[in-house]
Design a protein around this ligand. Structure first.
Ligand SMILES: [Zn+2]
Length: 79
């Protein structure tokens, strides 16, 4: 029967198969056996992020870089 298949601990099986986001703890759609260089949202030294957290981290990183650039530009102007 189809129902029996459904009962076989699906939620835990899924968390075994897919990576969990290191920030929010949600299950991502990245299979655990997928090579790191083929993954989306994997941060070296950090871990796997879900698409939402990855998006946020990327946005913050971009802001950081822009701030660093403008800071060094200020230094150059005053120095
Ligand atoms: Zn997340």
């Amino acid at each position: 029967m189809m129902l029996r298949k459904f009962k076989a601990g699906q939620s835990s099986a899924k968390s075994d198969l897919y990576e969990r986001c290191v920030l929010c703890g949600r299950i991502t759609n990245i299979p655990r056996d997928l090579p790191i260089d083929r993954r989306v949202g994997y941060v070296p030294g950090g871990g796997q992020l879900c698409c939402r957290c990855y998006d946020e981290v990327m946005r913050e990183t971009e802001l950081d870089i822009k701030q660093q650039w403008s800071a060094s530009a200020d230094e150059m102007a005053s120095g």
